[in-house]
Write a protein that binds this ligand. Structure first.
Ligand code: ZN
Length: 79
């Protein structure tokens, strides 16, 4: 495990900006996407992007933010 960087807030802001539109094979054009949280793992979270119009999965993403997992483990919000 790498050391805690203390830059989690910056990373979250960056994450929320990426992949706002992806090409959808069903719509045959780029569409806005919705991010769905699939799994919460000790190593980070797994997300899936789905077309906001037809719901087809158009992409996926893993992040390395374990704070969600840790907050579940501890049974309380970490702020
Ligand atoms: Zn679509």
């Amino acid at each position: 495990m790498a050391g805690y960087t203390g830059r989690m807030t910056d990373q979250r802001q960056y994450d929320s900006l990426e992949a706002s539109e992806l090409f959808c094979g069903t719509c045959k054009q780029a569409q806005p996407v919705r991010q769905h949280l699939l799994l919460v793992l000790p190593t980070g979270n797994k997300y899936e992007y789905r077309c906001a119009v037809c719901g087809t999965p158009v992409g996926a993403k893993d992040d390395t933010d374990a704070s969600e997992y840790n907050s579940i483990l501890s049974g309380r919000k970490l702020k």
